[in-house]
Design a protein around this ligand. Sequence first.
Ligand SMILES: NC(=O)c1ccc[n+]([C@@H]2O[C@H](COP(=O)([O-])OP(=O)(O)OC[C@H]3O[C@@H](n4cnc5c(N)ncnc54)[C@H](O)[C@@H]3O)[C@@H](O)[C@H]2O)c1
Length: 295
Amino acid sequence: MSNKFAGKTAIISGGAGGIGFALAEEFGQLGMNIVIADIDQIQLAEAQQKLQAANVPVLACPLDVTNYQQWQDTVAAAHAKFGNIHMLVNNAGVGGVQGSIEETKLDTWKWVMDVNVMGVVNGTQAVAPSMKDHGQGGWIINVASMAGMNGVPYSGAYAASKAAVVSMSESWAGELKKHNIAVSALCPAFVKTRIHESLRNLQSEYKEVKNQGAHKTQAAKGNNKAKELVESGIPTSVLAKRVVEALLSGQSYIFTHPNFRGPIAYRSALLDAAFADAENSPIVSHLKDDEIKML
Ligand SMILES: NC(=O)c1ccc[n+]([C@@H]2O[C@H](COP(=O)([O-])OP(=O)(O)OC[C@H]3O[C@@H](n4cnc5c(N)ncnc54)[C@H](O)[C@@H]3O)[C@@H](O)[C@H]2O)c1
C-alpha cells in the first residue's frame, strides 16, 4: 500500500471507542500499525479484536491519560512491538457535566482539566522526544472541539479545556515544525459517540462530580440538549475520512462542520472590532506603528 501513512505507527488515546476507534480503523485501513490505549479495558479488548479481524497490526494498552507512568509504559510497549512512533492522536476526553458557574463543582473542573488538558500534555511529553529523535517526521493530532473556538454557556470547564488544547496545538506546531512533525487541532462539532455518557469513565478520586446537582436548572436542560445534539451528530466514520483528507492538505485546524463557520466568523469579527477600537484609543493608538517581533 503506498500512501504517506502506510507502515508507520500511530498511538491513539481513547482508541477503544467513539472518534478514537474510528481513527484507529481508518489509519489501520491505510496500512498503519495501531496502538489503541484506553481506560475502559473491556471496550479495549473488543476494539482490539475488531481491528485484528480487519487485519490491522494492533497493540492494546490500558491507559488513564492522567497518569504519566502509564503513558510511559504505553510508549515503551509501542516501541517494543512496532519500533518508531510517527503519529500521536491525543483523543481521550470527557464531556464533564453542564452547570452554571456556581453549580460546577471544583472536582468537575479538576476532572475535565486533568483528562482533557493534562492528558494531552502527558501524551505529548511521553511521545514527542522519541518522535523528534528518529528524524522521520510525523503527526500530532490533538482532539479539541468547536467548543474550543468559542465559549459555551453552562459548559465553562469543557470549553476552557478545549481552548487550551487549541492553544497547545498552535504552540507545539511552531516548536515541532523544524522536526517535520505537523501538529493539528481537530475541532469537531457534534459527532455521534458516547461523549454525553462520560461519567462512565469517571475516576474515583473526583468524588464530588456526581453530586453536581443541575436537576431543575437551565444546565439540566442543556445536558439533555447536548445528548440530543450528539445523538444527531455526524458518524465517526465520516469524521475519520475527513481527518485524513485534512492531514493530506496540511491543515493546522481540522474542521468537520462547515455549517459552524457563522458563529466563529462572528467571534473573529468581534476580535477585529476590538483591534479597531484599540487603534482609535488615544491611550494606546501610538503602538499601531511599532514593529512587532515574532518568535
Ligand atoms: N462527540 C462529539 O460530539 C465531540 C465533539 C467535539 C470533540 N469531541 C472530543 O472527541 C474526543 C473523543 O470523544 P468521543 O466523542 O469519541 O467520546 P466517547 O466517550 O465515545 O469516547 C471517549 C473515549 O475515551 C476514553 N477515555 C475517557 N477517559 C479516559 C482516560 N482518562 N484515559 C484514557 N481513555 C479515556 C473512553 O473510554 C472512550 O473510549 C474527546 O476529546 C471529545 O472531547 C467529541
